[in-house]
Each structure stands twice: as structure tokens, then as C-alpha cells.
Design a protein around this ligand. Structure first.
Ligand code: FUL
Length: 473
């Protein structure tokens, strides 16, 4: 065996934080774009809108949370403040908020309603806050705006219970001649850490990486260990959406490979920075009646699910409520069908109570058999020679299978770089799937086979290999 190069050892040693592990377990959750734009039928407001325009006559955050739960989502992220600066909570620091709206005579608080509804439904709650604020006069001033932003942030971090995520958008559409704010990102992050230590800071932040487009696709190989500079806030902001009319449709081809050996070899600082796919159920992020016919089909949504959650990324699906404060029937139907389909697709894991053999393992605590319970801390470990290691699943009888779900024990890092999956047909192994990244979760889909045995071969891995999930459906 050749000696493992140092840069590989280094990459193999990068592990997620506890908050990143908790976030990764969320897998699928919903985005709610609701705010001034909902009432002006726009995507990006000017910041000069009259707060009185915000007036949902039947705000039903419970409907949102219940629907998300039924769709199989584990959380909700609400746009507490979008680029126009209008706040969905009665912030002390601006007049541009619900407190000057007609809704509930200015006494209402949408953020509180949502947080409460999520708690009731048993899903987690998070907030989207746009650092770019078109309304606020101090925007562009530097420290004065930073102070204003921190004050608002603190209200959100301390007033609404536990948050699982703070989503800082990177968009800035002011253009080269617009106001330029020098954001004090580090001080924003410090506040989040202080008041919500369990929350990930996403997108323009150090914990969760934007997949690079708004079309619901991620990379074929979505590495969680990537060069450190990908988390640089200035660069993220600079690369983010500059223009409302041309949201990024695909991943920039030069950004296709973020974490293969070729890439990490050239980099002396790496970070655990897993991907999130954000996409809207409709054409726009906010509700427009004219988008009613653009609601994505079940087929499209399942394709997005399998290509994100099934490819080592989390999925953030946006569902924009109407000006009434309710979610449109079309969206309801579409989401309920996703929930039902997920139930069907993952109804019974046939690998449970089966046998799993391996051709090597680190020790008696890490044999193949340790994969098959649902304890994420119980896993198979190859020991120091991962390449050529194999796991063989014996279902005990023949079953019709079209999906195998794999997962690494990410707490010990991301190791696997190449694998193949086989099934036994008439006594011979037949390849049914192969790939590079497994990571937290890889759902391998193939034409249905009637089979008893499945074999996973690790062809390339960093310092060792682990598997903590091996399910068959
Ligand atoms: C973008 C924003 O400009 C869009 O309006 C939307 O909020 C999307 C999720 O992020 O950067």
C-alpha cells in the first residue's frame, strides 16, 4: 500500500461541528417568502413602499407549518426582512415594519406567529434576514448601519425561541453606482453564536454553502470538505445575485468541482462547508397570481429531492403565501403529494433486521452489522486500508428493490471518493450504481431488481471508510 499523502490526511481530518450535524439531519425544510412584495406583486421592492400596504386578512401560519410537516419537511425559514427592509416583526429600530401596517392595527408580529406555529407542529424554525436594506437611510454608512443591523438581529435572536438557522442572503443589486455597505460580518456571526449557539449561519456565513443556482440542482459530486475561501463573506456577496431579473440558473462551470483531490491538493486551508439547494415551488420567490400555473409538478419536485437530499445536500423549498396570508390550493396539493410520495418511497426499509458482512473492519465495534440499526453513532469502519473494502447485504429473501440509501458517518469526516454498488443476478454480481461522493446521504436509484444480495465496494477513499446507513427500498 502506498503512503497516504499529507494533503489527503488533512482533508480526511476535517469534521463538521455539532450544529452542522444537527442541520444535516434536517434534510428537507421549507422557505417562506412573505412580506411587502407579496402585496405589491414584486420580487424586489424599492424600500419606499407604504407600510400600510401590508395587510393579510387571514394570516394562517399554522396552515403553513402543518402543510410543511405533511410534506415531510422538518423546519421552516421565514423572510423576517427582505431587501426592501420591511420587517415582519415590530422592530424598535425602524418605522418600516408591521407596527405601521393596517394588519392587526399594528399590533401583530408575523415572526412570533410563525415561531409559535412551528413549535406547535413540532418542526424547527429559522429566519432569513437580508443584510442589504433598501429602506434604511444608514445603509452604506459603514458602522452606523452595522450597529442598526446588529440591533435588529439581536431582536430576532432573542425574541423567538430557538432558531435552527440564520440565513444571510448575499444579494446586492445596487450596482456599481449604488450605496456600498462595508458589512461587519464577523460581528454579526458573533451575535448569532452568542444568542443561538445551535443555529447554523447559512449562505453568507461559515456553516452552510449555497449550491450556486436557484434551479434546484446541485453538483454530481457535492463535497462537504472544500477550500476555505468558499466561505469568505465578501466573495459570496460579490458572487451572489446582482439582478432580480436574471437569477442564477446553473452552476458556474468553473465551480463544478469544489472538493476532488485535484482541487484540495492546491489548497492549504479546508473547511467543512456542506451544500444547500434552495429553490421555489413557483417561478418567483414571492407570490404572484400570474405564477399560479408555474407550480412545480410532483415529478419535478421528486427529481429535485433525489438530486439534492439524495446527493449530499439539504433541500430548502420555497412556498410563498398569498396576500390573504394563506397558501394557495395548488401549492397545497403539490406539497401534499410530495409528502405522500416520500411516504411511499421510503415506507419500509427492507434492510432492517438483515445481515451485513464485510471483508474487513477496524474492530468488533465497527463491523458491517453495526450499520443496520438506526443509531447514527453505530457504524462500519474499514480500518486503515479502505480501498477494496466490501459490504454485503443479505436480505434473507428476494425482494423488489429500486433504491439503496447510503451514508457515511460524517462525524469522522468525509472519506469515500469512489464506490460501486452491485446486486446478485443468477449467482453473478451485476453493477447497478456507482458514484463518487456518498457523504451524509446518497440515494442510489436503479431499475427495480428482485434480489436478495447487495454489495457495496469502496474503490477509493481518503484515510479510511465508514458507512453508518445502508437501507433498501
Ligand atoms: C436571492 C434574493 O435576491 C431573492 O429575492 C430570494 O430571496 C432568494 C432566496 O435569494 O438572493
Amino acid at each position: 500500500m502506498s503512503e497516504t499523502p499529507d494533503y489527503i490526511k488533512y482533508a480526511a481530518s476535517i469534521v463538521p461541528s455539532e450544529r452542522q450535524i444537527a442541520w444535516q439531519n434536517m434534510e428537507f425544510y421549507g422557505f417562506v417568502h412573505f412580506g411587502m412584495n407579496t402585496f405589491t406583486d414584486s420580487e424586489w421592492g424599492s424600500g419606499n413602499e407604504d407600510p400600510e400596504l401590508f395587510n393579510p386578512e387571514n394570516l394562517d401560519c399554522r396552515q403553513w407549518a402543518k402543510l410543511f410537516k405533511l410534506a415531510g419537511m422538518k423546519g421552516m425559514i421565514l423572510t423576517a426582512k427582505h431587501h426592501d427592509g420591511f420587517c415582519l416583526w415590530p422592530s424598535k429600530y425602524t418605522e418600516h415594519s408591521v407596527k405601521n401596517s393596517l394588519w392587526e392595527n399594528g399590533e401583530g408580529d408575523v415572526v412570533a406567529r410563525c415561531a409559535e406555529a412551528c413549535r406547535e407542529m413540532g418542526i424547527k424554525f429559522g429566519i432569513y434576514v437580508s443584510p442589504w436594506d433598501k429602506h434604511e437611510a444608514s445603509y452604506g454608512s459603514g458602522e452606523e448601519y452595522n450597529e442598526f443591523f446588529r440591533n435588529q438581529l439581536k431582536e430576532l435572536l432573542t425574541g423567538y425561541g430557538e432558531l435552527f438557522c440564520v440565513w444571510f442572503d448575499g444579494a446586492c443589486g445596487e450596482g456599481p453606482n449604488g450605496r456600498k455597505q462595508d458589512y461587519d460580518w464577523e460581528s454579526y456571526y458573533a451575535l448569532v453564536r452568542e444568542y443561538q449557539p445551535g443555529a447554523v449561519i447559512s449562505i453568507t456565513g461559515p456553516d452552510v454553502r449555497w449550491c450556486g443556482n436557484e434551479m434546484g440542482v446541485c453538483r454530481k459530486s457535492e463535497w462537504s470538505v472544500v477550500p476555505y475561501w468558499h466561505s469568505n463573506s465578501e466573495l459570496i456577496a460579490a458572487h451572489s445575485q446582482q439582478n432580480v431579473t436574471s437569477p442564477p440558473k446553473k452552476i458556474n462551470p468553473t465551480d463544478m468541482d469544489l472538493g476532488s483531490r485535484k482541487v484540495i491538493k492546491k489548497c492549504n486551508r479546508l473547511i467543512w462547508y456542506p451544500a444547500e439547494v434552495d429553490v421555489s415551488l413557483r417561478k418567483g420567490w414571492f407570490y404572484h397570481a400570474s405564477d399560479d400555473y408555474s407550480v412545480k409538478s410532483l415529478q419535478k419536485l421528486m427529481e429535485i429531492y433525489y438530486n439534492s437530499v439524495g446527493a449530499n445536500a439539504n433541500l430548502l423549498l420555497n412556498v410563498p403565501p398569498m396576500p390573504s396570508g394563506k397558501i394557495n390550493e395548488r401549492d397545497v396539493e403539490s406539497l401534499l403529494s410530495v409528502g405522500a410520495q416520500l411516504e411511499i418511497d421510503f415506507r419500509e426499509n427492507l434492510a432492517e433486521d438483515s445481515l451485513m458482512q464485510d471483508n474487513r473492519h477496524l474492530d468488533g465495534e465497527h463491523t458491517g452489522q453495526h450499520i443496520l440499526n438506526y443509531d447514527p453513532e453505530s457504524y462500519w469502519h474499514s480500518g486503515p486500508e479502505p480501498e477494496g473494502s466490501e459490504l454485503i447485504l443479505d436480505l434473507g429473501d428476494e425482494y423488489d428493490i429500486d433504491k439503496i440509501v447510503l451514508g457515511e458517518h460524517i462525524r469522522t469526516g468525509q472519506q469515500i471518493e469512489k464506490f460501486s454498488l452491485y446486486t446478485q443476478v443468477k449467482g453473478k454480481w451485476k453493477k447497478i450504481s456507482s458514484g463518487t461522493v456518498i457523504g451524509y446521504k446518497r440515494i442510489c436509484r436503479f431499475d427495480e431488481v428482485r434480489a436478495r444480495y447487495f454489495r457495496l465496494v469502496i474503490e477509493k477513499s481518503r484515510c479510511f471508510a465508514t458507512i453508518s446507513r445502508f437501507e433498501a427500498y
